[in-house]
Design a protein around this ligand. Structure first.
Ligand code: 2AM
Length: 192
């Protein structure tokens, strides 16, 4: 089974992101842009990839230890950008302007506990809104339309919420795209 650990997003933030998605989609209605369905929005803490079901207890234990000492904290979702950069946009994302440090602390602890070879890549908490297939026809035009549309949405504040748990998620690949299911939820350590 294909697994990842994520911080989920409440309905209020999801709705505001979905509104932005619609205005971006109108600005760049290209087939080269694969829009993520709003019900799938999340912040990935660690992608685990294909895992045996027998690994789940060890993964839950790592989640328990990563949340130790992390009380529920505020996450503000704000800003739009692309990975790796506007010359070669592959992923269009919404960013995190508050709470990034606590997310990074948990992501680091999960990576140390669960990956034999840490990626070494810096952790950039984000919500993927779309994936771009480039090169595509009129790639320059697409980049410009998307760039201008994201600039128009600035400062692009999508709301904030208290993160109270982290979730073990399963990703099933289907012809219609990925379907995510929450398998387990681990509460943050309230009061510590
Ligand atoms: P992304 O949002 O930046 O694309 C489920 O696939 C989640 O795991 C996605 O949010 C995805 O991040 C993240 N992820 C990280 N590395 C991945 C990989 N190698 N393959 C698929 N998803 C990955």
């Amino acid at each position: 089974m294909r697994l990842f650990i994520a911080a989920l997003i409440p309905e209020s933030v999801r709705e505001r992101l979905a509104q932005a998605r619609e205005s971006l989609r109108r600005a760049a209605p290209d087939r080269a842009v694969r829009w993520v369905a709003p019900e799938n929005y999340h912040i990935t803490l660690l992608f685990l990839g294909e895992q045996d079901e027998a690994q789940i207890p060890a993964i839950l234990a790592a989640m328990e230890s990563a949340r130790a000492g992390v009380a529920p904290f505020e996450i503000a979702v704000q800003g739009l950008g692309v990975f790796p950069n506007w010359n070669r946009p592959n992923v269009l994302w919404a960013g995190v302007s508050q709470g990034a440090q606590s997310l990074a602390q948990m992501a680091g602890a999960l990576e140390r506990a669960l990956l034999s070879a840490p990626s070494g890549k810096p952790f950039h908490p984000h919500i993927t809104l779309a994936r771009l297939k480039t090169p595509c026809r009129d790639a320059e035009g697409l980049k410009k339309r998307l760039h201008d549309a994201t600039q128009r949405l600035a400062p692009a504040a999508f709301g904030h919420y208290a993160l109270e748990s982290i979730s073990l998620m399963q990703s099933a690949l289907t012809p219609d795209g990925s379907v995510y299911t929450e398998l387990h939820r681990v509460a943050l350590a309230s009061g510590s």
